[in-house]
Design a binder for this molecule. Structure first.
Ligand code: M6R
Length: 363
């Protein structure tokens, strides 16, 4: 049942405020001041976290690395499961291993988990399907409560994975004494405000639909982001290529001049995911480098960011203001909607893109 939407993907994008609110209520019950986990995790007993996943779930790990390192000062190693399992990395004492998977059945992620079993101090997982293999074989599985996800392109599972990882990072920060009680309550307030912000962000659907008709003409598209928005650039590019078959790449903004800028001309739209944060000025200079070469910038930012970017930007998508902490969750919405509307404009099979399976149970 597509609930009145044209595709499951559209329904799953639109469901995000509701499913996030549900997931928040499980981990942050109304009236509680603390994060409630299904079982305790002692973050003072571990020295490092190894996070492993594939595809979009791997990009959620990329975002979470910023959170765990910045908030909890916990060193994080991340890798894609297909590399991790054959690299056979050392797993030093004091390592917790965390696997992220919507389906809980991805072959490479499961193999990476089995490699860590008996080596890591604790095997954790962040999963959507509670009865899945990855869930069962973990010491502690944290459900994301996204509900069934049917579209091959992962949408609500990504934002729910991010939510659970954000709360885990805050819990780690609290236990490790890296955050004051007041700061923690401020962050939890940010989390509680998320469903409302997601609802606001979804109103960009119409403008995104209009500009996606132009994007659908492109052969190549670049996505740029800095800090925790860099993984969002990767996610935006993956979503777009998966369902619209347009070649897209995500880069860290600062990497532009180390190669990819050679691709830029007036045929290559460059989508910049950049809320006005501490790194915004640096992103502006990257945009100027693109514009000086005739590149067309699509800036996804808040009102202040769009204002300070000035003239010369090809198109803008205005997002609500959001804390730097939770911007990666909110900016998933434009990443998803840009891919969705571009694919619809091209007339591709959005829910069942060619060559792809929802769950990759063979390597
Ligand atoms: O079920 P999983 O989360 O383990 O799946 C991982 C990837 O196969 C998945 O995220 C894939 O990249 C999606 N199609 C992305 O939209």
């Amino acid at each position: 049942d597509k609930g009145g939407h044209r595709h499951f993907m559209a329904k799953e994008i639109a469901e995000q405020p509701t499913v996030l609110a549900d997931a928040i209520s499980r981990y942050l019950p109304a009236g509680a001041d603390d994060i409630v986990l299904p079982e305790a995790i002692d973050f003072t007993a571990i020295d490092r976290l190894t996070m492993v996943a594939c595809g979009t779930a791997f990009y959620a790990c990329n975002v979470a690395k910023y959170w765990f390192e910045q908030l909890a000062r916990l060193p994080v190693e991340i890798d894609v499961a297909s590399e991790f399992r054959y690299r056979e990395p050392p797993v030093p004492k004091g390592t917790a291993a965390l696997f992220v998977s919507q389906s809980g059945e991805t072959a490479d992620t499961l193999a990476a988990l089995r490699y860590c079993a008996g080596k890591a101090d604790r095997i954790l997982s962040v999963v959507n399907v509670p009865e899945s293999s990855i869930s069962r074989e973990s010491d502690l599985a944290l459900p994301i409560h996204a509900g069934v996800e049917i579209g091959v392109a992962s949408t609500k599972a990504f934002t729910c994975q991010l939510l659970v990882l954000a709360l885990l990072a805050l819990e780690a920060a609290r236990q490790r004494g890296e955050i004051t009680a007041g700061e923690l309550q401020d962050r939890l307030e940010d989390v509680r405000a998320l469903p409302g912000l997601l609802n606001q962000a979804l109103t960009i659907g119409d403008p995104v639909e209009r500009l996606s008709r132009d994007l659908a003409e492109a052969r190549d598209i670049l996505f740029l982001g800095r800090g925790a928005m860099y993984p969002l650039a990767l996610e935006g590019a993956l979503k777009l290529k998966e369902i619209s078959y347009i070649h897209a790449e995500g880069y860290a903004s600062g990497e532009l001049k180390h190669g990819p800028i050679a691709l830029v001309d007036d045929h290559v739209p460059v989508i910049v995911m950049a809320p006005r944060d501490a790194l915004f000025e640096k992103t502006i200079s990257n945009m100027q480098e693109v514009m000086a070469r005739g590149g067309r910038i699509l800036l996804v930012s808040d009102a202040k960011g769009i204002k300070s970017a000035g003239d010369g930007v090809w198109r803008t998508i205005q997002m609500p203001d959001v804390s730097a902490f939770l911007a990666p969750i909110l900016y998933a919405i434009p990443a998803q909607l840009l891919a969705y509307h571009t694919a619809v404009a091209k007339g591709t099979d959005v829910d069942q893109p060619r060559n792809l399976a929802k769950s990759v149970t063979v390597e």
